[in-house]
Design a protein around this ligand. Structure first.
Ligand code: SF4
Ligand code: SF4
Length: 367
């Protein structure tokens, strides 16, 4: 399917059409001005700037906590009622490319081998409408990790603001279906079904090669505006080589208080715990976000804790993202959203830590 141009004044009418048959979620401010992912009543209220909301997109696909089953027991009788994995259709507008890419990384955790039915149901029901960045926050560093500003992996539709218009690119079949359902289509659609040609949408102007070139220029400008960068060449080997350098990790994590905010805000962190809450013969089993930064996260039943110190937990966080994920055949599992830099009370800085790690002579990295 082709790409299209949508004028500024067509955007909100289109979003109203999108929300006719599905919930529309986007970054919205509350009464105190705090922007979070909320259901849209009026597209005028959507707050795309200054960039990613504090809370990551993952909260829409893996809620902070969710009940998996309820049960009851009396004597030798027991009953279990599982919570069915269902989700109503919804679309998320205003997703930044880093957050869309983080969803693609989360897919490799939740949808590989044995798919998680709750996550699967929400992914199937959700359509991701990404909006490209034309500026960068001081902590953004997505461009050095992936070409997300051009490709937005994980998104179904990508919008890029070009002067007065939005370039609209359908990236997946789900994205194409959304456009066909909400924009309309020419009589060529029935013809195209017979001939196998892609349908042509009415009402929107088709984008030209020059529009796509302009998008690439804007992506390059946004990337250039990112002042924080990680050199990924050989980074996995460098992180692995630094594993036993206790002094390095201690020095770079001494301000960490183990609050877990960096991981809760991280769109690619996927750890959860499963707990039971039962009283008087009734109970429920739920799962909730968990973090490798909590003191009891790795403690074993024997009492032994392989990550008994906070610096070990921070080492685990960085090693997971830049070493273990890659060694398991996936990408680096950091998308450069900058949330952990903004949110840390101790001002720990993942970019600075990796820069210092790169500066260490190879021979001294293993302490
Ligand atoms: S690095 Fe910062 S945000 Fe993360 S656990 Fe430590 S203090 Fe909390
Ligand atoms: S590690 Fe930090 S910068 Fe990287 S994806 Fe997670 S929150 Fe964003």
């Amino acid at each position: 399917m082709a790409s299209y141009l949508l004028s500024q004044d067509q955007l909100n009418p289109w979003l109203l059409r999108v929300k006719q048959n599905r919930r529309l979620v986007a970054p919205l401010p509350d009464a105190d001005g705090v922007v979070d992912w909320r259901e849209v009543e009026d597209p005028e209220q959507i707050a795309l700037e200054p960039g990613v909301p504090d809370m990551p997109l993952k909260k829409l696909f893996t809620p902070l906590s969710e009940v998996l089953l309820r049960y009851g027991y009396r004597g030798d009788r027991a009953g279990v009622v599982p919570t069915p994995p269902v989700s109503e259709p919804f679309a998320v507008f205003g997703v930044r490319p880093c957050d869309a890419y983080a969803l693609a990384i989360a897919d490799t955790v939740y949808l590989s081998d044995v798919p998680d039915p709750y996550y699967q149901a929400r992914r199937d029901a959700g359509t991701i409408i990404a909006v490209n960045c034309t500026s960068a926050l001081p902590e953004c560093f997505c461009a050095c990790l992936n070409d997300v500003l051009l490709t937005a992996p994980g998104a179904d539709v990508l919008l890029t603001q070009l002067n007065g218009d939005y370039l609209v690119e359908p990236l997946t079949d789900k994205g194409k279906a959304l456009l066909v359902a909400t924009v309309g289509q020419t009589s060529r659609l029935s013809e195209s079904e017979e001939t196998g040609e892609t349908p042509v949408l009415t009402g929107w102007k088709e984008a030209s090669e020059a529009d796509l070139e302009r998008k690439a220029e804007i992506a390059a400008q946004t990337a250039a505006a990112q002042t924080r960068k990680i050199d990924v060449e050989g980074l996995t080997e460098a992180v692995r080589a630094a594993y036993h350098d206790e002094e390095f990790w201690k020095a770079h994590t001494e301000a960490c208080v183990g609050c877990g905010v960096c991981t809760f805000l991280c769109p690619t962190c996927t750890c959860f715990d499963v707990r039971d809450d039962a009283i008087s013969g009734r109970g429920l089993r739920y799962r909730c976000w968990d973090t490798c930064q909590f003191a009891d996260f790795s403690r074993e039943a024997s009492g032994h804790d392989p990550k008994s110190q906070q610096w070990m937990r921070q080492r685990n966080r960085l090693s997971h993202k830049f070493w273990y994920s890659v060694e398991r055949g996936g990408p680096i599992s950091c998308v450069g959203c900058g949330r952990c830099l903004r949110g840390c009370a101790g001002h720990t800085d993942i970019v600075a830590t990796l820069e210092d790690l790169r500066k260490k002579p190879i021979g001294s990295r293993d302490g």
